[in-house]
Design a protein around this ligand. Structure first.
Ligand code: PHE
Length: 355
């Protein structure tokens, strides 16, 4: 038996005896590593005569390949064994009853999920964007030119100037997700974008951080009728009753024409009843996407048009579930949460009712 055969048999025995991946790798290094046994034998080739090289060169290469194959085969075996063992040890009996969960879903989370379920049923996808935005996405592309007074309406939180002299902002609305979506996707677009928004404002009906759900539909023939129908269907599904609404002309730089949608309500003692009554409450802003916004996103306003809307999630949660003060929502009081929170194991769905 040649020396090489002896080496091969020795490694074959070691490899088949080994029982964990780390030890297997040690063997691989001892044989094939830079300073390994086979590598050392190969560096000896330089000192051989041409005749010897002709025999030993291929023989050593064969040895190296053979050991490599043995290592890989054993590695695959050990990995499969490890996976089998893990699957056995992590076995869980799915038919066992769950122990009662400790936490409750925050009403804001619940309401966002209800909204996503209703809009998903109408064919909308869910998109997200960053809370820290740049001026372009939060303002400029939305047709607020630099220095435009409408920028002041938003009580913006600005970051200090960065190295390039740019001041980032905490997004004042979810509308920047419209821009991000139109710049990265081709129409037809049908998305909602739920998320956090920030304005420097605090009283019974305003908190510096609040939540919005944005909506955007872009296609070739989308018109104001689609906007109205979509939002009326949404609001009836959301309140799970027939709700009377009205659209009032309004102004937003990024939509033209623009409107606000109000719902009818009446006060019944401390409670608010949605749907009928003598009073109107504003719940969202909406409109047809402004041609300048389409152009800023690289879409041709002669080819595409669409509508957008933005609604305050916290206010809709208050109205639907009767919470009197917006600030309680973010006070992180466990008593409040156990009273107003939702069972995390019950998923909002249209078939069995939203809540
Ligand atoms: N971004 C507006 C706001 O926060 C709401 C809005 C969104 C209005 C989309 C029209 C279209 O007040």
């Amino acid at each position: 038996m040649s020396d090489l055969d002896e080496v091969k048999i020795r490694y074959a025995a070691q490899i088949s005896d080994v029982s964990d991946l780390r030890a297997l790798d040690d063997i691989r290094v001892a044989a094939l590593g830079k300073k390994g046994e086979v590598s050392r034998m190969m560096s000896g080739l330089g000192k051989m005569t041409i005749e010897e090289k002709k025999v030993m060169g291929p023989a050593l290469n064969g040895l190296k390949d053979a050991i490599g194959v043995m290592v890989e085969t054993r590695k695959a075996q050990l990995e499969a064994e490890a996976l089998d063992a893990r699957l056995k040890s992590e076995f869980m009996d799915m038919s066992l009853p769950v122990s009662a969960p400790q936490g409750r879903l925050h009403p804001v989370q619940q309401v966002m999920e209800e909204m996503a379920v209703i809009f998903a049923d109408m064919g909308f996808a869910v998109k997200e964007g960053p809370d820290i935005e740049d001026d372009f996405h939060n303002f400029t592309a939305l047709n607020f030119p630099p220095g435009h007074p409408a920028r002041d309406m938003h009580d913006t939180f600005f970051f200090p100037e960065d190295k390039s002299g740019e001041r980032k902002v905490l997004r004042t609305h979810t509308s920047p997700v419209q821009i991000r979506t139109m710049m990265s996707e081709k129409p037809p677009i049908r998305i909602i974008a739920p998320g956090r928004t920030y304005r420097c404002d605090s009283d019974q009906t305003h908190t510096p951080m609040f939540h919005q759900v944005e909506g955007l539909v872009i296609d070739k023939n989308t018109h104001m009728g689609h906007l109205k129908g979509c939002l009326m269907d949404f609001i009836n599904a959301f309140f799970e009753t027939e709700v009377q609404v009205r659209f009032r002309p309004h102004h937003f730089p990024f939509t033209e024409p623009s409107a606000e949608m109000d719902v009818r309500y009446e006060r019944d003692g401390a409670a608010i009843k949605i749907g009928q009554g003598e009073n109107w409450m504003e719940i969202l802003g909406c409109g047809m996407v402004h041609p300048n916004v389409l152009t800023a996103c690289g879409l041709d306003p002669n080819e595409y048009q669409g509508f957008a809307f933005g609604m305050g999630v916290d206010r809709l949660a208050m109205l639907k579930y009767g919470m009197p003060d917006l600030r309680d929502m973010f006070a992180a009081d466990p008593r409040w949460l156990s009273h107003y929170g939702f069972d995390p194991l019950v998923q909002a769905n249209l078939a069995s009712g939203l809540s």
